[in-house]
Design a protein. Structure first.
Length: 148
């Protein structure tokens, strides 16, 4: 069975939203079973400071954000002007990449579709450490540790 960790945040959460109660709803596991994956889904309601999850043990464990970080990275890139618009082209430098689909010029949409790590690394470098840290704090994104 493939392993897959998915965190879906429905609202902008503050860290206080997670400080409330968390309940387990194992009926949600059927969605993961149908796809033959292991995963975790967490839904938080900030107004009641409560969360629900399909797997309490997994939801309580820290994971690297991996590709889920591409979403806030893109938002931060757009907000800071590093990404000018949805049509901006990120030029391929001609160097071999880990994945053939990364070896071409890509727009933001294309970079998301092929999960193009080099594009998102470029965006993060151009945003810079100080601005990235500021936005991650505003988002209350994970532990906000960008040290690598």
């Amino acid at each position: 069975m493939k392993t897959f960790a998915a965190y879906v945040i429905i609202a902008c959460l503050s860290s206080t939203a997670l400080a409330g109660s968390i309940t387990e709803n194992t009926s949600w596991n059927k969605e993961f079973s149908a796809e033959a994956v292991n995963g975790v889904f967490v839904l938080c309601k900030s107004s009641s400071k409560s969360c629900a999850t399909n797997d309490l043990a997994r939801a309580s464990k820290e994971y690297l954000p991996a590709s889920t970080f591409k979403i806030p990275n893109a938002i931060i890139g757009l907000e800071t002007g590093v990404i000018k618009n949805e049509h901006q082209v990120f030029k391929w430098d001609g160097k071999p990449r880990a994945m053939k689909q990364w070896e071409r010029d890509l727009t933001l949409r294309g970079a998301i579709q092929v999960s193009a790590v080099p594009v998102f690394q470029q965006i993060a470098r151009e945003v810079g450490e100080v601005r990235m840290q500021k936005y991650l704090k505003k988002f209350s994104y994970g532990n906000q540790n960008i040290s690598g």
